[in-house]
Design a protein around this ligand. Sequence first.
Ligand code: MN
Length: 719
Amino acid sequence: MSAEATDPGAHARKRGRPRIDLRRLGRVALLGPVARDRLPDAIGHVAEAHRAHHPDADLTVLRRAYVLAESSHRGQMRKSGEPYITHPLAVTLILAELGAGTTTLTASLLHDTVEDTEVTLDQVREQFGDEVCYLVDGVTKLEKVDYGAAAEPETFRKMLVATGNDVRVMSIKLADRLHNMRTLGVMRPEKQARIAKVTRDVLIPLAERLGVQALKTELEDLVFAILHPEEYAGTRALIAAADGGQDPLAEIAESVRATLREAGINAEVLIRPRHFVSVHRVRSKRGALRGTDFGRLLVLVSEDADCYAVLGELHTCFTPVVSEFKDFIAAPKFNLYQSLHTAVVGPEGAVAEVLIRTHRMHKVAEAGVVALGNPYVQDGTTAAQHDEPVDGERADPTRPGWLSRLLQWQESATDPDTFWTTLRDDLAQDREITVFGAEGGTLGLPAGASCVDAAYARYGDAAHGCIGARVNGRLATLSTVLTDGDTVQLLLAQDASSGPSPEWLDHARTPAARIAIAGWLEAHPDGAPGSHKTRPAPPRAQDRAADDPVPGLGPGPGRTGDRDTGVTVDVPGAPVRLAGCCTPVPPDDIIGFTVRGGAVTVHRRECPATARMRAVGRPAVGARWHDTGAWGGPADHRVTLVAESFGRPRLLADLTEAIAAADAAIVSATVEPPSEQRVRHTYTLQLPDAAGLPALMRAMRAVPGVYDVSRAQQPAAAR
Ligand code: MN
């Protein structure tokens, strides 16, 4: 397959694609009327592209790097027959176009010297300093001679570890892979397919997570052409056919321009062709393509507020397709991306998808972390600076949560095959959620993560002794899938005798948990004395899943199953949950916080979690207990409490003593037979007054061995 036959960029170029056209510039730099032996001209395009983003950049270091790279690679040829230096030059031009800083470009020019020439890392360090040396070292492959079949996995491991310290390592690797993919046509088909698969499974997800859309889309099209040649050819034919006629988007673009002009909004309205894979996806989803499906409208404005003004005009003057509206400005994706997405119905009934963003958002959308320039220096132009509520993933774009987690689990994956398989699985997972630890701190986890994942993320190998969890205050099975904003408390066995059950593997989504569980099971083929083989969760926890409301306040049968948390919040209709970290009870002073998904979590006002909620920008919501009329009559001073405990001698005596110390009378009590070291006591109590309940529950929880005390829906006698 020749390079021309699989040239996905050709279509975009012909149609005047408004995005940064890396490929065209790459060709100009390499094949243009430039004498390669004349130094300034050879890197002239790189310098020009670099200056466009960084007008004050010092180019002398780039020239020095070029001289060293060119002289050391001299005589080497690429498989295509071109002088080797064309490769580092093309890679550097890709990065320069995306706005990378001088240090990245210097390292990019030198990126293959240590691997393929006589140049040593020490020489690079002497001539270009520690930073450039670190970047070059980060992308230098480990030798097959030393590592055999493990060379590729171990090279990626090394690169990811280096990326953890300096994200520019991965910028260079991605650009390197893009140029190699563009020129893959000269390789044997089996080798093309092998490289394309690694690109699909590892490099493309990394480009996506680092927000480098321009590299991601081109890589996707190149992989598509190699791995799915027939679908690729079909898509190519559809696009070619559509190119022949009148573009229905042009007409809609013109009326959008007129609408915005009339409204006095200064905006650029462009037609942005979809890349091949995007067209293919729309076609697979919808079965057939409409004329407007080959591209989207891109509206570029100057200020963030203009984005919403444009949206308002479009939704007023056109019929919007409401289901297509997504606000990635207020609720950004995990990877820096910001835009408003909507779709409108044009004059002829054609539906056009529209992206609305500022010029700055556009640059970040295209170039992601590469657009940060030097992400470790605040130079006033970095995207890292825009002040937004900090929520973990966006707090430090150079060290996102997924990368920290990846670097953590890879330490336990000592075997290269395990590392390689787990890496691809990890990268295949989508966005992530933030959960709050009941003891403080937050955990970033992939969507779909369970309490098992939270346990290993929070406690590492100590999670082997996990016997249950409280999610938003309620006991929950370890298999409970967590949602964004949940508060999780993990219950660990006090002795070291218990261990994970094999079923935990079914509930573990994160590599850290899977590797730790598999390792423990391998080392304990017969399980442990306390292994939770049959019951991975505390007794009856199934009855009270994560989102089950707190049982009603009263013990009477009339209130059995009452789904009222007893709290009113200032967000009408919002589901209300009592926070598990502080377990508020009347008459505690309480406050609510809206979590993603619209639910309101209610905390005691002095709970440390309220400060964390505020710090991550969760809005506070007024909350108050219902009319405490339920506590008015003498019968209503009864309450039923369930104490979940580890069995031990004198437990019953200690619990009843705590109850007596609070002046409560025991109306009835049930003690279920111990199961796997755990005991459940249910007490129906008569209290002198309702205000004493919180203190009583805390006193019971303070009894050694007790890990949960909660209100039950039915009195002890009824069990
Ligand atoms: Mn290279």
